[in-house]
Ligand binder design. Structure first.
Ligand code: ATP
Length: 303
């Protein structure tokens, strides 16, 4: 008789890139990156429950934009893990979605990492951490960081992680209407940089020092995203959102990853509330979220 297993819920954070340095396109089409990831306290939850086959459901404000078939990164994670273990992917995955979809905050990647951890616990596999990280890298460049959380420098396609020190910071995120496709933003980056030499990507030591200090005034002038020009080229309205946040007192404003979510570094929680209210009143975004960093990576909540 099989042992009935109880559902497993994993909480997983979104990310913001405090430095996203993009190198020239490689022969395989990917770009070398120097990507300083920071996990923020904006979480999805993925619950894995025993089932006859592999099914996915999703709830949350953007749930209608999330694919529920085998292209969902959570479903892919379950399939890969099951195949490695030589078992059937008999699991129902429910995603409670708060991370904006296609917003440059690695929401899909987060769900992939969360599903991997949840299925590993549900199926009692105890897969070594290093193997889980290998599967994450197969799922996508941002997935290993979703598992690890905290703060890290990602090199290669962004999947080779070195932890870095980070003090506490406060953020506001402005969620735009509709998403931006990450490959389309990279293509636009290639178009905009065609014919000009693209330097090798680096994470400036001054940025890492400021990140460790926890001083938002020190960090603010060092935030940078090489994909910002490409995201603004595809979505010029984002310039008005960035300006509205800066006018409202944000210390720095930048496009988050490939966008179109914009990120605002603020002095403290009180400033976060003010900047979020001003952004919502400006009519330049759909909604806002406030968050702090660093946040822990994917974590099992109950067994
Ligand atoms: P990144 O910052 O890693 O580039 P993103 O935050 O811009 O990613 P996602 O929210 O990960 O974007 O969604 C990108 C696309 O991935 C979506 O449009 C959707 O079709 C697909 N997708 C697959 N699985 C998921 C998932 N679990 N949640 C959201 N989108 C998913």
């Amino acid at each position: 008789m099989s042992v009935p297993r109880t559902p497993v819920t994993v909480r997983v954070p979104a990310k913001v890139n405090v430095r996203l340095a993009v190198g020239a396109a490689r022969p395989d089409g990917f770009h070398d990156l120097a990507n300083v990831f920071l996990a923020v306290s904006l979480f999805d939850e993925v619950t894995a429950s025993p089932a006859d086959g592999l099914t996915v459901t999703c709830a949350g404000p953007d749930a209608d934009q999330v694919p529920l078939d085998r292209t969902n990164l959570a479903a892919r994670a379950a399939e890969i893990l099951a195949r490695r273990a030589g078992i059937e992917p008999a699991v129902h995955l429910h995603i409670a979605k708060r991370i904006p979809v296609a917003g440059g905050m690695a929401g899909g990647s987060a769900d992939g990492a969360a599903a991997l951890l949840a299925c590993d616990a549900l199926w009692g596999l105890d897969t070594p951490r290093a193997e889980l990280l290998d599967i994450c890298a197969v799922l996508g460049s941002d997935v290993p960081f979703s598992l690890v959380g905290g703060a890290a420098l990602g090199t290669g396609r962004g999947e080779l992680l070195t932890p870095v020190e980070a003090g506490a910071f406060h953020w506001v995120f402005a969620v735009a209407d509709g998403g931006l496709s990450t490959p389309a933003v990279f293509r636009e980056f290639d178009r905009l940089t065609a014919g000009t030499p693209v330097p090798p990507p680096v994470a400036p030591p001054a940025l890492l020092t400021a990140l460790a200090s926890g001083d938002p005034q020190a960090l603010a002038p060092l935030l940078a995203n090489d994909l910002q020009a490409a995201a603004l080229s595809l979505r010029p309205q984002l310039a008005a959102t960035l300006a509205a946040g800066t006018e409202a007192g944000a210390l720095a404003a930048l496009v988050s990853g490939s966008g179109p979510t914009t990120a605002f570094l603020v002095r403290d929680q009180e400033a976060a509330g003010k900047v979020a209210a001003a952004l919502e009143a400006s009519g330049t975004c759909r909604t806002t979220r406030t968050a702090s960093s660093p946040a822990p990576g994917a974590t099992v909540r109950q067994r």
